[in-house]
Write a protein that binds this ligand. Structure first.
Ligand code: 13P
Length: 250
């Protein structure tokens, strides 16, 4: 199965609009004409209009890092799918481990966000992954199956081109410890098996499964060369334009 890879930058809570503008100005020429992989930048909400305007009609897309599932209402501090679309977003990250860890995000909330994102026409990047204690306790596969099963409740196989799953082992995020290509590929196979139960075999073969966790220019090639790895979600190493361009061009 030939799945086009998606390389996405998750800037987390870094960069003002001015800093984002400087990034894009340096980054765009470095990835000009790169069509082998899909490229998406996910800046903080306040930078989205600036970045979307600068990358319009280029090979680079824009995503948000979170989104609420309601259409509108008295939900102080929240952002709706339609608002993201209105400022030029095509993608949205959902269920990142930092949202689960610090903001009480549950599997059920991730599922509600995913259904709302798909209904609105956004492409979702759904994050799952085990924490260190779960890996050490030998329950990684169970955790991934549970997260995947719950995230994909009431999602059908014909929606598979509209979302990806990002496997982000929490012990590898921001720690400099990358999962070996073998560890990542094994986890991706478990996720694909579970996805097949929810979506059917054909759709599961089409599902793109990204890896995230301490991806850098030095380790990206070994990871992306794995048949099972369909792209990357990059945190720290995506903040510098030369570094992220090198990752995109693995
Ligand atoms: P790092 O690349 O900084 O480890 O972050 C990974 C991540 O959380 C991407 O969503």
């Amino acid at each position: 199965m030939n799945r086009k890879k998606l390389i996405a930058a998750n800037w987390k809570m870094y960069k003002t609009p001015t800093q984002a503008e400087a990034f894009v100005g340096t980054f765009l020429p470095q990835v000009y004409g790169h069509t082998r992989d899909e490229i998406v930048l996910c800046p903080p909400y306040v930078c989205i209009p600036t970045v979307a305007e600068l990358v319009r009609d280029t090979n680079v897309g824009v995503g948000a890092q979170n989104m609420f599932w309601e259409k509108e209402g008295a939900y102080t501090g929240e952002i709706s799918p339609a608002m993201l679309l209105a400022v030029g977003c095509s993608h949205v990250i959902l269920g990142h481990s930092e949202r689960r860890q610090y903001f009480g995000e549950t599997d059920d909330m991730v599922n509600r966000r995913l259904k709302a994102a798909l209904a609105a026409g956004l492409t979702a990047i759904v994050c799952i992954g085990e924490v260190l204690q779960e890996r050490e306790a030998g329950i990684t596969d169970d955790v991934l199956r549970r997260q995947c099963e719950n995230a994909l409740r009431e999602i059908s196989g014909d929606q598979v081109s509209r979302f990806t799953i990002a496997y982000e082992p929490v012990w590898a995020i921001g720690t400099g410890k990358t999962a070996t290509p073998q560890i990542a590929a094994d986890a991706h196979r478990v996720i694909r098996q579970q996805a097949a139960l929810a979506l059917g075999d054909d759709a599961a073969q089409k599902l793109r499964i990204l890896y995230g966790g301490s991806i850098k220019p030095e380790n990206v090639k070994a990871l992306m060369s794995q048949e099972e790895i369909d792209g990357g979600l990059v945190g720290g190493a995506s903040l510098d334009p030369a570094s992220f361009a090198a990752i995109v061009k693995w």
